[in-house]
Every structure is written in C-alpha cells, then in structure tokens.
Write a protein that binds this ligand. Sequence first.
Ligand SMILES: [Mg+2]
Length: 218
Amino acid sequence: MEEPITLLRIFDFDETIAHTRSETRVVAPNGFEATLRGQQEFEAYMSAAADNVGIKTFDPVRDLQDHGYKIDLSDFSIVKDPDEIIIITDLLRVFPDNSKTYIITARRGNSIGPIIDYLDEIGIDSSQIRVMATQGESKGDVMVTMMKQKIMDDGNSNIKRIEYYEDSEKNIDDVLTKVCEDPSLDNIKPIDFELIINKVINNEGQYNIQRIECNTPD
Ligand SMILES: [Mg+2]
C-alpha cells in the first residue's frame, strides 16, 4: 500500500512563492492598449472587460480573445525576474509526514518547466512537488476532485486537512465556496476536516500571512 496521504498542501505560484515582473499586454477590439502589472490589475481589467461583453466564465481570457481582444500572456510562460517570498518558501521546502505538496498556478501549461527550474534554483526539492497549471480554471474544482479521488471504505475522503497558500482574493473566495461551504461535500468530509487558507499579503515588499479558517456549519 502507498503511504496514506491525509494532508494536501497547495501553493499558488505568482505573488505567493515568488514576486515576478510579469506584465500582460492587451489590445482591446477598439484599439485601446493596456499594460497590466500584477494580479490585481489583471483581474480588474479582465472582469471589467468580461462585464462589458456579457461573459460570465470564471476565467474570461479565452472568451475575450474570441471577442477580438489581443491578450499577450507570454511573460507567464517564464519566471521573469523573480524575488523569492521567503515567508512562504520556508514552509514550502519542509515536507510534513503523510502529506502531498502541489503548486497550482492559473498560468498555462508551458509555465510548468520554468517553475520547476526555479524551485531547483532556490534549493527546493522539486521532485517532491507536483506542479499543475489550471489555465485559469477554478482551483476550488481541482481541490474537490482531489478529495473525491481519495474515498475510503467508510465513504469519507482520506484528506483530513488542506493547507492553501494564495494571494488572490478571487481564488480564495472560489475555494471557500467550493471546498468550505458547499453542503454537497458534507457526506465525504471526515468529521475533523480542516481547510486552512493562508492569504499572502504584500505590503510594499513586506510579506505576511493572514490565516482564514473554514468552519463548516453542522
Ligand atoms: Mg497569485
């Protein structure tokens, strides 16, 4: 039998493990150009543009491209000029017993190799980490799938605890909705199930962690 995994550790990459100088360059169908620096500018622009054309998907990038937006994400296929966020990488590099560690990024699949190279560069054993790219799709959905893949004889998931490290409010809200609050998961959650969200907050280059707990109502 495999080692029983009861703890999932899930780390975002951008602005969680490393601060990078990635920019997104956009040309709107009306010719207006924008350069988006950082996650908040990116999310604000994309959600405003999606509202304008009536798109409701979780990640509107592909739909906006279909509507004639030119969106250049090439900076996100590399790890551009990174600063390690040590408060997080100190935790990332220590692997607890009975745990599995993931990096789940909203980037595209072509970023996985450069992220693994970066981990090796900063002295983290990348062979112990699985890097996944959701291409903008919901991380909450990915976590629910992981819980459902580990159902034991008693009908409960063997995943007793998820520790999630993330800077994006949008992704945190999605995970709270899908992993914490969705009553349809109650029948597979072990009685002592815990979701611990560690929100990474950047105060002008000083990072700290705000802990958000999920207390599932009975
Ligand atoms: Mg991020």
